[in-house]
Design a protein around this ligand. Structure first.
Ligand code: MN
Length: 128
């Protein structure tokens, strides 16, 4: 299994740092975007293998980003994992309805995030 590219769309610096540490510990390449506008350019250019998407970001909402990606034939196969502190009833369903493939509540659980990365990307064998 080769290294994969993981894009994190997140406006909170400490959350971004945490996700980056976990992704890099799993031996994948880490890409960052602080908002939707930055994310779309990066996605077109880099075609990440997985997207971790904060739903609460400035500008285009995370839900709208998910809808746009899933409506784009060339990008619709990229798995999207929603991350949000909105743990109200129905929030998970809203993310899934928008096209997200899975949902992780915040604060992020390191083990849960590792498991999601392994589920969607496999494990990287050999030396990183
Ligand atoms: Mn946020």
């Amino acid at each position: 299994m080769a290294r994969k590219r993981v894009l994190c769309i997140e406006d909170n610096v400490s959350n971004m740092r945490l996700v980056g540490r976990i992704v890099e510990a799993e031996k994948h390449d880490f890409l960052m975007a602080a908002d939707g506008a930055a994310a779309f350019g990066l996605i077109e250019q880099e075609r990440p293998d997985l997207i971790l998407l904060d739903i609460n970001i400035p500008g285009i909402s995370g839900l709208e980003i998910a809808r746009r990606l899933k409506a784009n034939e060339a990008l619709s196969t990229i798995p999207i994992i929603a991350t949000t502190a909105n743990v109200l009833i129905g929030d998970r369903e809203m993310c899934l309805e928008a096209g997200c493939d899975a949902y992780l509540p915040k604060p992020l659980d390191v083990r849960e995030l590792q498991e999601i990365l392994r589920e969607y990307l496999g494990r990287v064998n050999g030396r990183g």
